[in-house]
Design a protein around this ligand. Structure first.
Ligand SMILES: Cc1cc2nc3c(=O)[nH]c(=O)nc-3n(C[C@H](O)[C@H](O)[C@H](O)COP(=O)(O)OP(=O)(O)OC[C@H]3O[C@@H](n4cnc5c(N)ncnc54)[C@H](O)[C@@H]3O)c2cc1C
Length: 356
């Protein structure tokens, strides 16, 4: 276990609600670290529907989901939030009053006075490919994500899939692999056209192979794969030698470790909260956004924004128990505007003149 990172607040989940929580906490001088299992910021908006239009964000008649995430990132910039991506929070433990220890699957440890669970529908988990006998290879020579590119240097890599992840990793890993094959079940790709063009260019230059077909069996020993049997689209079969298999078949949402943090869950998937501050049954742990439940809850982004604002007001008293909180508007408070870096310059003071 490493040295703990000490901070005011740890936010579990960097979806739109976790991001806006940074803003509300920041206005009240609370520093936040965010942890997300995904390798990108933005939760469902970025992962599931980045290009879809959203029409019900107050005051913004139209934006794309990714556009909303980008705008939130710009809005929270003054508060310099620290992101820990590709890490899953496994454990939240109460070690003081209030003090929590938050641990990730990468061994990172945080100590904080407030925990904000903004975990949405739970953690995104990779879909297992429909190949018999994949389990013994998982985590040893079959991977659903790339944490360190260098781990694949000099290897014979087989990437399977036709979406953005498959194409992005094909393009990135081609440079470090001894040999790379991209296997997809049809000639149309769901990935961005630019990535498809770049991939085809690498195929044209003979730098990678593209095979149309499906894996039918894996071969190897002790978790180390050495070849895959492939049924190609023309009906023939072939054997592809490989040291690493990277299947990208999309993601599903599962509650994940949140289920083990001791909350009595509503319908086995939602954390009940009270509605004055969206605090859970454990003082100092809040749940906001899609992950929480209270009577009348609507799983809308605007609801989560409201929940984040009220959460911050209560969190303030855990971080600054001795201070009084004065309610202020960003339009009229110079102190808030200073935090946002938009305060008007102070008018120059008249110089004191010496009496003659
Ligand atoms: C197709 C589609 C269209 C939609 N359209 C609209 C719309 O028009 N308007 C609207 O208001 N809403 C819409 N929604 C719903 C909206 O996207 C959600 O309400 C919103 O994303 C919830 O935000 P969140 O931050 O609570 O959760 P999420 O966006 O789900 O983010 C939660 C994050 O937490 C992470 N996480 C979970 N568990 C852990 C863990 N243990 N450790 C680390 N990280 C973890 C996840 O990886 C995820 O990134 C739509 C949803 C979908 C799927």
């Amino acid at each position: 276990m490493g040295e703990p990172i000490k901070t005011d607040v740890v936010i579990i989940g960097a979806g739109p609600i976790g991001l806006f929580a940074v803003f509300e906490l920041g206005l009240l001088d609370m520093k936040a670290h965010l942890v997300d299992i995904l390798d990108k910021i933005g939760g469902q908006c970025a992962e599931l529907y980045p290009e879809k239009p959203i029409y019900d964000i107050p005051g913004i008649p139209f934006t794309s989901a990714q556009g909303l995430v980008d705008a939130l990132m710009q809005q929270i910039k003054p508060f310099n939030p620290q992101f820990h991506l590709s890490e899953m929070v496994e454990n939240v433990e109460k070690i003081g009053d209030p003090l929590f220890r938050v641990t990730t699957d990468q061994g990172k440890v945080f100590e904080c006075k407030v925990v904000v669970i903004a975990a949405g529908g739970g953690s995104f988990q990779p879909k297992r490919p429909p190949i018999p006998g994949v389990e013994p290879y998982e985590g040893k020579s079959l991977f659903y994500s790339v944490r360190k590119m260098d781990a694949f240097r000099g290897k014979r890599i087989l990437v399977v899939g036709g979406g953005d992840s498959a194409l992005d990793w094909t393009l990135n890993l081609a440079a470090v692999a001894q040999h790379l094959t991209l296997l997809h079940r049809r000639s149309e790709f769901r990935a961005a056209p630019d990535s498809v063009n770049k991939m085809m260019a690498l195929v044209g230059e003979g730098k990678i192979d593209l095979v149309l077909g499906q894996v039918t069996a894996l071969h190897g020993a002790d978790g180390q794969i050495n070849r895959a049997s492939v049924k190609t689209n023309d009906g023939s079969t072939m054997e592809l030698a490989c040291d690493a298999l990277l299947p990208f078949f999309g993601l599903t949402m599962k509650l994940g470790p949140v289920a083990n943090w001791g909350f009595e869950l509503k319908n086995n998937e939602l954390i009940p909260v009270e509605t004055s501050a969206f605090e859970t049954s454990v003082p100092g742990i809040f749940a906001i956004g899609d992950i929480n439940w209270y009577p009348g809850k609507l799983k809308l982004i605007l609801s989560g924004f409201h929940e984040g604002a009220l959460m911050a007001q209560k969190a303030y008293h855990y971080i600054y128990p001795e201070k009084r909180l004065v309610f202020q508007y960003t339009t009229s408070s110079t102190s808030l505007q200073r935090k946002l870096g938009v305060a008007p310059e102070k008018a120059p003071q008249p110089r004191a003149t010496q009496p003659a």
